[in-house]
Write a protein that binds this ligand. Structure first.
Ligand code: NAD
Length: 439
């Protein structure tokens, strides 16, 4: 592959992340740093999703090479390296070139890995995303980053500011809201945009299931290490499950509405999530999100075993409705208007995210500007959390401009953590009616 990337300008445009972007030649470091067509990648956050994402990046058609890895913990980095260099992935061996001095651990690991790459993959727990995204943008790298992209309004503002910089530098940014890269969703949304169900007047979204893992406290761990290992249960790291998981469903309706709610009101709590190792997050949230035109998105997410499960989205329009998981559109009498054949036409959106990102980078195209939407859909989920935690109506403008910052002030294994357990190992939990964000 021999092309003049610097001069590459394309006239086509594509819709991504709900945003129409026109490709321009990019100014990312990739275009200056390599004499051949190798696209060098650094992985920041080598856990489950990071391992999957790097396999997907290396499985694209481009000449992608993993050159640096960073993780807070050595055992997590080693586990990932072992997995991707195992016989199961023998076909990727030539694409992995990470000597010991390109493996970094600790809180500053990202600072050492980012300069070595053209593209960075950000797959730590979301609390760190604003810091890592900002650093990658400042260094002029293309970026794949997982959702959510922050856990508090201060983090959202940081991502929005860096997103503007990324646009100015024409850095491709893909956010792992993979429904936007999934054939069925794209086809359904196209029909919505063409007017098949008229205007959306209400919507429902669900992420109800059993919940996820816990990582019990181990003797000798500092409080920082414990919270980092058991990250799902601490808001500064995870954002609560309304943010960590339910963002996917919320984002689908934001995509259709081509906008974000102006306020939220709801209820939630911890019915069964009690006892050790369950930190501070709720096990259920029910929220009415209201858009500027009065449309209501009814949202529910629940982590309770033995209850009915559903992960889906429904959009009800003036002329019909879209059931996203079933991939069909009907009128109000149930007459089919469109149905997408998932059996034969569905793709693997996690792979498509990387296929499209790396193809654009290799061609020198600027196509993906997902960060702003990633930040605003993350903010929608935080708005919901603020509504359920406080039991108050929370307005978007007030919340996003609140400056609320729940991150620790220092990142060190012996740091004095803002959130501490009591003598029994229990953490303070929000109480609707008592928890307050605004006076
Ligand atoms: N799009 C999806 O469907 C999807 C699926 C799974 C996870 N995710 C997202 O991916 C992210 C990671 O989730 P996961 O399941 O891989 O979690 P994980 O715990 O398996 O991996 C996270 C890794 O990040 C490391 N880490 C933590 N803080 C770090 C720091 N400051 N610097 C460097 N490394 C750090 C951890 O040690 C761990 O190895 C989350 O944001 C999650 O929401 C998205």
């Amino acid at each position: 592959m021999n092309f003049n990337r610097r001069d590459f300008v394309k006239s086509t445009s594509i819709i991504t992340g709900g945003i129409l972007t026109t490709p321009f030649s990019s100014e990312a470091s990739f275009f200056n740093s390599n004499s051949d067509d190798t696209i060098k990648v650094a992985l920041i956050g080598c856990g489950g999703r990071g391992t999957g994402a790097i396999i997907q990046a290396l499985s694209t058609k481009q000449n992608v090479k993993l050159v640096a890895m960073a993780d807070a913990f050595k055992d997590r980095l080693d586990g990932c390296f072992e997995q991707i260099t195992s016989d199961d992935f023998a076909h990727l061996k030539a694409k992995i070139d990470v000597p010991a001095d390109h493996k970094f651990t600790g809180f500053d690991a990202y600072q050492k890995a980012i300069p070595m790459a053209d593209v960075v993959i950000l797959t730590t727990p979301p609390g760190f995303r604003p810091i890592h995204f900002e650093a990658a943008v400042n260094a002029g790298k293309h970026i794949f980053m997982e959702k959510p992209v922050a856990t508090d309004p201060a983090g959202i503002q940081r991502v929005l500011a860096a997103a503007e910089k990324a646009k100015a530098k024409k850095l491709n940014v893909v956010v792992g809201l993979q429904r936007r890269y999934q054939n069925s969703y794209r086809e359904l949304m196209k029909r919505y945009q063409d007017g098949m169900i008229g205007d959306i007047v209400s919507a429902s979204v669900w992420w109800n299931n059993d919940g996820v893992w816990t990582k019990p406290r181990v003797a000798g761990q500092t409080e920082m290490e414990y919270q980092m290992r058991n990250w799902y249960y601490f808001n500064w790291l995870c954002g609560d499950h309304i943010t960590e998981q339910h963002i996917h469903n919320i984002d689908v309706i934001n995509w259709a509405k081509n906008g974000y709610p102006v306020k939220a009101r709801g209820t939630g709590g911890r019915e069964v999530r009690k006892g050790k190792d369950t930190g501070e997050i709720f096990d259920h949230h029910i929220v009415e999100f209201e858009y500027a035109d009065g449309t209501i998105m009814n949202s529910q997410c629940r982590h309770i075993k033995g209850t009915w499960a559903k992960v889906d989205e429904l959009a009800v329009g003036t002329k019909g409705k879209i059931q996203f998981d079933a991939a069909k559109i009907t009128d109000h009498k149930g007459k089919p208007l469109f149905s997408f054949d998932k059996k034969t036409k569905e793709n693997q959106p996690y792979q498509t995210e990387h296929d499209e990102l790396f193809a654009a980078i290799a061609k020198g195209e600027y196509k993906f500007a997902d960060a702003e939407n990633g930040a605003k859909s993350t903010m929608t989920s935080i708005l919901g959390r603020m509504a359920t935690y406080s039991g108050q109506v929370i307005e978007w403008d007030k919340a996003i401009n609140s400056g609320i910052d729940i991150m620790p002030k220092t990142f060190a294994w012996d740091a004095d953590m803002p959130l501490k357990p009591d003598a029994y190992g229990n953490y303070p939990v929000a109480t609707p009616g008592k928890t307050k964000y605004f006076s």
